[in-house]
Design a protein around this ligand. Structure first.
Ligand code: SF4
Length: 466
């Protein structure tokens, strides 16, 4: 998916920018980038972070960087930040975007404006450069940003580093968050509020959908108002958000805990131990164990000192290998036991199948799985949530395709947990994974655990309503 961070300060901003951006490292695996404004000039660094952490790549750069405002990005798509010179002046840009209508926007730019694109990533036009082209369509940054927000199908949140200050523009439907922090001499804009605490920022303002603010060391000014159409991605709380972060004022860890409680309230299975598939499954499992008063344990530990994170390595084989090498089972806690695992979600199920096989090999008597969200049956249209090319990669979708003998259509009945079709789908997934039992979270329970009205959340993955 990706994430970004910005600072406008009365003092040098580089340390805050460096650590603030680093706190988004769990959101992307491809490129990290920083740009800092010093007087009228900008210093920029971009590094490949596929095999090494952001911090280690930028440690030398930041010794050279000085300035009072800057923007940083962890990107899962293209190399960023880009430096643009246009009629709007010189500016730096970072985006977190999924642009479904790239082709038609590019065709339009060639046709109407005779634009050209110079930044290529993997043989394709850079989405960030395309967004800059849309912004340059306006007579002002404000006009250009609104034009980009309204034109892009998918999602796009943007930071622009300009001479006037930093523009932060939240996605039109607020699929991703932007939150403003404040401290004595500085303001920051972030995806993850976990970046606030150790850098001494306090929550100042959360942008609404489509809202654009101009950030300076003196404060923030809303230059384009929010629109009442929030559809924030539910997965921020369930899976990829950092536990210490909050969005819309709702903390991630607490939500996961409530998800576990909700799972437990609909369950009566007898087990010896409740555990989470690390890391995000752990908080769901703690909630489950607390509610049932069953012992919580860690039959798996994660080995993280040397392995880079495995959110979305581009190559599936590498992703599977990294996931396996990081997860080390503890035989004493597994042999002869009836184990219940909470997991954030079941996407493809491939890694999970391997994990379950290893648990049985180590002598587990029973393995019960309790995912914190319903079966995923639609591929994400709005964020780069999964790099899967086909919806049939989803375990739920595969089961439906096999039952319906149709790979394209998903009858809505598969989103109804009380229907026979839903029951059959879950049974198929359970058999495929070789589980003792499988019981998914119900969508209303997940929505209640998050605590926002359903119409403010994107739940497209589960019920096709985005
Ligand atoms: S489709 Fe799923 S992953 Fe994508 S924004 Fe909606 S809830 Fe989030």
């Amino acid at each position: 998916m990706g994430g970004f961070f910005a600072v406008a300060s009365k003092d040098d901003c580089v340390q805050d920018l460096f650590y603030g951006t680093d706190y988004h490292s769990h959101l992307g695996t491809k490129r990290g980038g920083l740009v800092v404004m010093s007087g009228e000039s900008m210093s920029r660094g971009i590094h490949n972070i596929e095999n090494a952490q952001f911090r280690s790549k930028f440690e030398d750069d930041i010794l050279e960087f000085h300035g009072r405002s800057g923007i940083g990005v962890i990107s899962d798509t293209d190399s960023q930040p880009l430096l643009i010179n246009s009629h709007l002046g010189q500016y730096g840009i970072v985006t977190v975007a999924k642009i479904n209508n790239m082709k038609s926007l590019i065709d339009q730019a060639f046709r109407n404006r005779r634009a050209h694109f110079s930044e290529m990533s993997g043989g394709s036009i850079s989405p960030t450069e395309l967004v800059a082209t849309l912004i340059n369509h306006g007579d002002t940054f404000e006009e250009g940003l609104r034009y980009a927000q309204e034109t892009i199908d998918g999602s796009c949140s943007i930071l622009l580093l300009t001479e006037k200050g930093i523009y932060a523009a939240r996605d039109f439907f607020g699929r991703t968050p932007i939150i403003i922090g404040r401290k004595k001499n500085a303001f920051c804009a972030t995806f993850e509020t976990c970046a606030f605490y150790n850098l001494d920022y306090e929550l100042h303002h959360e942008l609404g959908p489509a809202e654009v603010v101009l950030l300076t060391a003196e404060g923030i000014q809303t230059v384009l108002p929010a629109i009442d159409q929030l559809r924030i991605c539910s997965f921020h709380w369930i899976y990829y958000g950092y536990p210490a972060s909050s969005y819309e004022g709702i903390n991630v860890e607490s939500t996961r805990y409530r998800c576990g409680i909700a799972l437990a309230r609909r369950d009566n299975v007898k087990v010896d131990m409740v555990a989470g598939i690390p890391d995000s499954g752990s908080a769901h499992a703690l909630g489950y164990a607390h509610e049932t008063k069953l012992p919580y344990g860690r039959p798996f530990v994660k080995y993280t000192p040397t392995w880079p994170r495995s959110f979305m390595p581009q190559n599936q084989n590498i992703r599977d290998l990294v996931a396996r090498m990081k997860l080390i089972p503890i035989r004493d806690l597994i042999h002869g036991k009836r184990l219940l695992f909470c997991e954030d979600s079941i996407v493809r199920g491939t890694q999970l199948k391997d994990t379950i096989r290893r648990l049985f090999d180590l002598g587990a008597r029973e393995i019960h799985m309790r995912p914190a969200c319903p079966p995923l049956i639609h591929g994400c249209r709005f964020l780069n949530f999964s790099q899967s090319r086909s919806e049939l990669d989803l375990a739920g979708r595969r089961a439906i395709a096999a039952m319906e003998n149709d790979a394209e259509t998903v009858p809505p009945v598969y989103s109804d947990p009380d229907s026979d079709q839903y029951g059959n789908m879950v049974e198929r997934i359970c058999d495929e994974l070789n589980l003792t039992t499988l019981q998914y979270q119900r969508l209303p329970d997940m929505v209640q655990a998050i605590g926002l009205p359903k119409d403010k959340l994107c739940t497209y993955c589960w019920d096709g309503k985005g």
